[in-house]
Ligand binder design. Structure first.
Ligand SMILES: [Zn+2]
Ligand SMILES: [Zn+2]
Length: 202
């Protein structure tokens, strides 16, 4: 069970359709901390071991206690924190609800995700990641969007382009971590001072 901690000294307002990893990357950049450090301060990482990772299931949803502790630590409203996950999409996209949320009274994310539904990497639109020209997005970049993780989403409607699925330099999937490794929410999360839009592949 995550314990409440002191709120982070500053925070950011989540961007429209921003994902949880995207928000953590921008916030870490703003605070000049590693994404791991921010995730620990926000109680998304509770294991004591240094190499512990943010559970990938938080891409789908944060359970109530986690959600409240995270929202307090990052100084945003619980509803805003919930909108960083894919859970709100379950209303509009029933396969997401059926395939990912375990049956029972309390909805909980599954640990294993079918690849046709949720990808182990993120597609991306370079124009979205470059930001919309506002000062805050010029400094910390635009959003890594939640919908880019869904197998059915392949285009950016804002910029009328097909999404990219791999880094143009290393030719590995974006935010995918080591090839063949299990789904990771935040690859290379202990790495300091990477821009949120920068490649995090090994
Ligand atoms: Zn775009
Ligand atoms: Zn790369």
């Amino acid at each position: 069970m995550p314990a409440a901690k002191d709120p982070l000294p500053r925070s950011l307002e989540p961007l429209p359709d921003e994902s949880l990893p995207g928000f953590l990357l921008r916030l870490a950049h703003r605070l000049d901390l590693t994404p791991s450090h921010v995730a620990r301060r926000a109680s998304l990482i509770t294991a004591e071991v240094a190499q512990a990772k943010v559970p990938a299931s938080h891409l789908l949803m944060m359970e109530d206690v986690v959600l409240r502790v995270f929202a307090d630590a990052t100084r945003i409203a619980p509803a805003e924190a919930d909108r960083l996950t894919l859970r709100p999409y379950t209303d509009r996209y029933p396969p997401l609800a059926q395939a990912l949320v375990r049956p029972g009274k309390v909805t909980r994310p599954r640990k294993v995700f079918p690849p046709w539904l949720l990808m182990t990497h993120s597609r991306y639109c370079p124009a979205c990641l470059a930001g919309d020209g506002t000062p805050i997005q010029n400094r910390y970049g635009g959003p890594w969007k939640r919908q880019w993780r869904l197998g059915v989403v392949f285009a950016c409607l804002d910029h009328q382009v097909f999404l990219h699925h791999e880094c143009r330099r290393c030719r590995l999937p974006a935010l995918g971590g080591r090839p063949g490794s299990p789904m990771t929410m935040l690859p290379a999360s202990p790495a300091p001072r990477l821009h949120p839009a920068q490649c995090r592949n090994p």
